[in-house]
Design a protein around this ligand. Structure first.
Ligand code: ZN
Length: 284
C-alpha cells in the first residue's frame, strides 16, 4: 500500500498546491495528514477567534481534500487535529466525515484501510501558544506551565481565557488518555501530532527535546509498525534525522518549512507486515 504523509500545513495555499503535485505523481492509495492543517484564526480575523477555522474546514479545506483525491485517484484521506486547532473545528470536520470526504482518526475506534489499521491522537504537551483545546499535561504530577491560554466553549460559541493552573486542572493527562489504549490488529499505524520524547523527532532550536514522554511509552508498549508525527517543524533540521526507531516501530517526523512542503512516502507490505520503502521528500 502506498501512503503519502505530511503535517503542519497551517492552511498555506502554497503547501496544499505542492501536496497536490506530489500526490499526482506518487499516486498514493492513502493520504495521511498529521494535524495543524488550518490557518491560525488570529491570521484570519482576530476578533472572530475560533470561528474562522471551522469556516475554512467547510470551504477551502473541503475543496483541498476533494481536489487531492481527484488528482491522485486516492480513495482515502485520514487526518487528526493539532494543537493550533480550536475545539470548534471538531463539529465542522464531522460534517466532512459524514459526507465521506475525510476520516478523522482517534483512539476509540481503529480505521481499517485494505488490511492496514490506524489509530490517531491529536493532543500535545503544553506549548507557549494561545489555543489550548488540544493540549494536555504529559503525565500526572507534571506542573502546569506559566502561560495560560484559551479553550473553545460551545455554550457561548467563543473561546474562554484561563490561567494555566485552571486550564489543566481536572483534565486527563496524555498518559491517562493512553493508559487504556488497545492496539488494533497488526499491522497498524499510529498517527500522533506530538513526537515521542528524546528522539531525533522532537528537537526544537537549541536541541531541546519537546516531545511527549507518555507518547513515547505508549509506542514502546504497543509497537505499531509505523508512527507518524509532526508538531516540531524544525526537528529534522536540528537533529539531522526525519526518522527514528523505538523497538520495532519506525517513527517519522518530516517536519515542515515555510519554503518547501516536507513529506514522506511509504510503501507498506500489508500481508508481510513490513515497511518496504520509506522516503523523505521536499516539494518546492
Ligand atoms: Zn504546526
Amino acid at each position: 500500500m502506498r501512503v503519502l504523509y505530511t503535517s503542519d500545513l497551517h492552511g498555506s495555499p502554497g503547501h496544499y498546491a505542492k501536496l497536490l503535485a506530489v500526490a499526482e505523481s506518487f499516486r498514493p492509495e492513502l493520504v495521511v495528514l498529521g494535524g495543524d492543517l488550518f490557518p491560525d484564526d488570529s491570521a484570519l480575523e482576530p476578533q472572530r477567534l475560533g470561528h474562522g477555522q471551522p469556516e475554512y474546514i467547510r470551504t477551502q479545506f473541503r475543496k483541498n481534500v476533494i481536489d487531492l483525491r481527484q488528482c491522485s485517484g486516492c480513495q482515502n484521506v485520514l487526518m487528526i487535529f493539532g494543537n493550533h486547532d480550536w475545539g470548534s473545528c471538531v463539529p465542522a470536520a464531522e460534517e466532512l466525515v459524514t459526507e465521506g470526504v475525510v476520516t478523522v482518526l482517534d483512539l476509540n475506534q481503529s480505521v481499517n484501510i485494505n488490511g492496514l489499521n490506524f489509530l490517531g491522537y491529536p493532543y500535545t504537551p503544553p506549548t507557549p501558544w494561545f489555543v489550548k483545546d488540544f493540549e494536555r499535561l504529559d503525565k500526572p504530577g507534571d506542573r502546569a506551565p506559566l502561560l495560560g491560554g484559551a479553550r473553545w466553549d460551545p455554550r457561548f460559541s467563543r473561546p474562554v481565557q484561563h490561567g494555566a493552573n485552571l486550564m489543566f486542572d481536572g483534565v486527563q493527562t496524555i498518559a491517562e488518555d493512553l493508559a487504556d489504549l488497545t492496539a488494533p490488529d497488526d499491522p497498524w499505524v499510529f498517527v500522533v501530532h506530538a513526537p515521542p520524547h528524546e528522539t531525533h523527532l522532537d528537537r526544537a532550536y537549541g536541541n531541546k527535546a519537546y516531545g511527549s514522554r507518555a507518547i513515547r511509552e505508549a509506542i514502546e508498549r504497543h509497537q505499531p509498525l509505523l508512527s507518524l508525527h509532526g508538531h516540531i517543524h524544525e526537528s529534522p533540521t536540528v537533529s539531522g534525522h526525519w526518522r527514528d526507531k523505538l523497538g520495532r516501530t519506525i517513527a517519522v517526523n518530516p517536519g515542515q518549512s515555510s519554503q518547501h512542503l516536507s513529506y514522506v512516502t511509504v510503501e507498506i507490505d500489508v500481508a508481510g507486515k513490513t515497511v518496504s520503502k520509506l522516503e523523505f521528500g521536499q516539494q518546492s
